[in-house]
Design a protein around this ligand. Structure first.
Ligand code: ATP
Ligand code: MG
Length: 430
């Protein structure tokens, strides 16, 4: 992509209405723009990041054998009346009337809709366990939307729902989902901590929130400092390692009964990026979702629901990974892997070399943003740092004359002048 043709508006000034770093940087880097309170336009670069996160979430869910579906944003109210949640949900639920005066709601979550799909098709224990998931926009009319997409009113969520024949099997599925979460957060480059949590209005008796430690988080967590040194290696034991470490939200933490000595305890702010619940037969009973068990009896199924805040995660990643110059994207979610800076468009050799590099990287499907704008070098440096692509390939007249470029790693700040051949060797196959 050539920046001269790319819709990627950057802003120098810190937007006055943005209080936290991620919100400021998302506006300044041109990832999002506000439509109205708590609702945002996603601009090209922001959308790329959102899609990269979605892809990782999908790949890890699919790998575990979960089935992706898509539930409309609009849901009929009768399902919510059937589950007895219609009246209780309160003002966060956006209620809409159609031309026939029939009420619809913009889904804040989808337990009812998924249970409805399940009960239509699944009649036997032989089809279990089953996990259905979707990535869909949700609406919650938050009383205080803030921090940009961190707490929006319309936001993108991955929501999954599991169905099992027994409580024991359901708890096993719960663990399996947790493992996919650990894999997802690791791939995204986030050190997320599963924290024992309150089950809240959804009910049930087993729940974990996944948090990343960040000053700007709205949750407070207590945890064993061992977490800070924990190394996960992607093996099957990762979950056990994590679960062995004490952690609790402030509602659940109890100084009296806390199992670790006080000097080992840390108290920090965190951002909730995922939340999972086991709630048993709560919905399957009220909504009559039953299957035949092994002995031929009808039995209600045991369920859990599993959320990940996909759009919130864009902000959370930035909170965890930025510096005074801008965003520092982990490679797995970066909008482009490479930024190519032409420091002097008018210089023939510089522009020729940039065009060559751009063509070679494109040929091998490397994602590269070529800054071919008629801006000065200073503006290009600061814009490229601001948008935070992992690698910068900097081409100026002096190096270009010797067929050399400067390669900069955004994260470490390391720079090296290397030959163009060296550049190709490092990043390209052919
Ligand atoms: P919170 O405690 O932050 O209000 P919640 O407990 O109401 O969240 P869940 O119902 O558990 O949220 O939703 C699953 C995930 O969706 C959350 O872990 C969070 O990452 C994300 N999420 C929830 N509400 C919002 C919101 N208003 N804006 C952006 N993401 C959200
Ligand atoms: Mg929650």
């Amino acid at each position: 992509m050539k920046w001269s043709k790319y819709f990627s508006p950057t802003i120098k000034e810190i937007p006055a209405d943005a209080q936290v770093a991620s919100h400021q940087l998302m506006l300044r880097a041109g990832l999002i723009a506000q439509e109205c309170a708590g609702i945002y336009y996603w601009l090209p670069q922001g959308l790329k990041v959102l899609r990269n996160i979605m892809r990782i979430v999908q790949e890890e869910q699919d790998k575990a054998g979960f089935n992706e579906i898509l539930i409309p944003t609009l849901q009929p109210t009768d399902l919510w009346q059937e589950s007895n949640r219609y009246d209780g949900y309160g003002k966060e639920m956006l209620r809409i009337k159609d031309r026939h005066d029939r009420e619809l709601i913009y889904g804040p979550t989808a337990e009812e809709a998924v249970t409805d799909i399940f009960r239509r098709y699944v009649k036997s224990y032989k089809d279990l366990p089953m996990v259905l998931y979707q990535i869909q926009w949700k609406f919650r009319d938050e009383i205080r939307p803030r921090f940009g997409v961190m707490r929006g009113r319309e936001f993108l969520m991955k929501d999954g729902y599991s169905f099992d024949i027994s409580e024991e099997a359901a708890r096993e599925t719960y663990r399996k989902v947790m493992k996919t979460y650990i894999a997802i957060f690791q791939r995204i480059g986030l050190q997320a901590m599963p924290v024992r949590a309150d089950t809240g209005p959804i009910g049930g008796d087993l729940s974990h929130e996944f948090l990343i430690v960040a000053e700007t988080g709205e949750s407070t967590i207590y945890y064993d400092k061992a977490f800070d040194d924990l190394k996960l290696d992607g093996s099957d034991d990762d979950l056990d390692k994590l679960m062995a470490i004490y952690s609790a939200t402030d509602e659940l933490h109890d100084a009296e009964s806390c199992s670790i000595p006080i000097e080992q305890l840390r108290y920090k702010k965190g951002i909730e990026i995922g939340h999972i619940f086991y709630f048993g037969d709560k919905y399957s009973k009220t909504m009559n979702a039953k299957v035949m068990d092994e002995s031929g009896k009808l039995s209600a199924v045991y369920s859990g629901s599993y959320g990940i805040g996909v759009s919130r995660m864009v902000a959370a990643i930035i909170e965890a990974s930025h510096d005074e110059h801008g965003i520092v994207w982990p490679e797995s979610v970066a909008p482009f892997q490479f930024g190519l800076l032409n420091l002097k468009i008018a210089h023939e050799q510089t522009t020729k070399l940039c065009e060559d590099i751009y063509a070679c990287f494109q040929k091998e499907n490397k994602t590269i943003l070529y800054d071919d704008r008629k801006e000065g070098a200073g503006a290009k440096f600061s814009d490229m740092d601001l948008i935070g692509l992992p690698w910068q390939i900097i081409v100026g007249p002096k190096n270009a004359e010797e067929n050399k470029v400067e390669l900069k790693n955004r994260k470490t700040g390391e720079r090296a002048v290397i030959s163009v051949e060296g550049l190709y060797e490092r990043f390209l196959q052919g």
